[in-house]
Design a protein around this ligand. Structure first.
Ligand SMILES: Cc1cc2nc3c(=O)[nH]c(=O)nc-3n(C[C@H](O)[C@H](O)[C@H](O)COP(=O)(O)OP(=O)(O)OC[C@H]3O[C@@H](n4cnc5c(N)ncnc54)[C@H](O)[C@@H]3O)c2cc1C
Length: 362
């Protein structure tokens, strides 16, 4: 296992630059297949559902380990694992039997088009997809401007949709569904190979068995802590890698200028790691308002720390790190995604502010 892990790390590191740039001949399917083969995708999924068992902290650690080498791979890992989480948390046994084995083995990619749903939950925007129900099917219409891990012609995406009677559903939509159109890959600053595009739903009709939950407003808050904690793995991995890079670069010449900020960041990292361990141990059905607030603050602080660490890494290494092929240059582009990953830092901070003003604990 150890040597297998070491091989995985080396190969992830090797392809990180190509995936960030979207170089021809390389795609994230290679990373997903390796993550499946090494058992990473099944972590935290009950063995009764075909997973490897373990807990949420194991998943977050695995996402961090991958992100240390390659954030594009870490991000699609998060997408795939978040999709698995929705199906595992659903009481739809048909979806669990049909989809989970394929997703755990990365035979299909799993996308989460739930930015819109998370914003809906926070009262920021309306659901962008409308659902019409008849006796046996649900019909979907609408447009999503973003979704990642959309392997061309071989994905399933989780979306939230509004019914005309005011209910909201979470639905798994396979790429083969008639009326579903995936756009071209969007041109991104980094993470170019993340299979990120738009989705148009034009009278997409599916049998009820594709519904993950028919009460999105109950289901989404239940999975939100795991959704956010797994996202923390992305920033944690980048921060850890950058910290390591800085330790290799601090010397007699730059130490006086940089040591104090480096030490402060390192202390912050230790503190946030301890909070992460603690929050991963909280039962998802039992999250108090105070813990929800801590979780938001942790996501914000870890993201800001990762951004600051990479900036410090640039300063420690100097001009050579600004050359395009350098790992630092790649990390600068990778890390700039994390503040806008939904829920964005602006959104989290706005929610904290709103609740503080209303006198809530959150
Ligand atoms: C590489 C990449 C991959 C992505 N992959 C996915 C994916 O797989 N699935 C998915 O669903 N989405 C995905 N997204 C979408 C992403 O998460 C969005 O960037 C996010 O939803 C922010 O929304 P926006 O861009 O519409 O920001 P805007 O709405 O333009 O807002 C700008 C900023 O203000 C915040 N904001 C806006 N309105 C409010 C408000 N009322 N209160 C508080 N804050 C507010 C926003 O969050 C944002 O930070 C991806 C984006 C990128 C760049």
């Amino acid at each position: 296992m150890v040597s297998q892990d070491a091989t995985l790390q080396v190969e992830l590191a090797e392809r990180a630059g190509w995936l960030n740039d979207g170089a021809a001949g390389h795609h994230v399917g290679e990373s997903l297949a390796q993550l499946a083969a090494s058992g990473y995708l099944g972590l935290g999924v009950p063995e009764s559902l075909g997973g490897a068992g373990g807990n949420l902290l194991n998943v977050v650690q695995a996402i961090a380990t991958v992100s240390e080498q390659c954030l594009t791979s870490g991000f699609v890992f998060w997408c795939q694992r978040a999709f698995i989480e929705y199906v595992a948390a659903s009481d739809n046994t048909w979806l669990q039997a049909e989809l989970l084995p394929q997703m755990l083995q990365a035979k299909r990619s799993g996308a989460t088009g739930l930015s819109n749903a998370m914003k809906f939950l926070a009262g920021i925007e309306q659901l962008r997809i409308q659902a019409t129900l008849d006796a046996t099917t649900v019909t979907l219409n609408g447009f999503l401007p973003w979704a990642s891990n959309l392997q061309p012609e071989n994905f399933v995406v989780a979306i939230a949709a509004q019914t005309s009677d005011g209910r909201s559903l979470v639905v798994a939509v396979p790429s083969s569904a008639s009326g579903l159109t995936r756009g071209e890959d969007l041109q991104l600053l980094g993470l170019q190979a993340s299979w990120t595009s738009t989705l148009r739903f034009d009278s997409v009709q599916l049998p009820y068995q594709w519904i993950i939950s028919d009460h999105a407003t109950i289901f989404l808050p239940k999975i939100r802590p795991a959704f956010l904690l797994m996202q923390c793995g992305l920033a944690w991995g980048v921060a850890r890698r950058s910290r390591h890079e800085i330790t290799q670069s601090l010397n007699d010449k730059n130490g006086a200028a940089l040591s104090s900020r480096f030490q402060q960041n390192s202390i912050t990292l230790l503190m946030l790691e301890s909070q992460l361990h603690h929050l991963c141990s909280v039962n998802a059905n039992d999250v108090t308002l105070a813990q929800a607030r801590q979780l938001f603050e942790l996501r914000i602080a870890l993201t800001r720390l990762a951004v600051d660490f990479v900036q410090l890494e640039l300063e420690a290494k100097g001009g050579a790190a600004y050359l395009k092929p350098s790992g630092t240059a790649r990390r600068l582009r990778e890390v700039s995604f994390l503040p806008v990953l939904t829920p964005s830092l602006v959104q989290l901070e706005t929610e904290l502010h709103r609740h503080a003003q209303a006198g809530n604990l959150l």
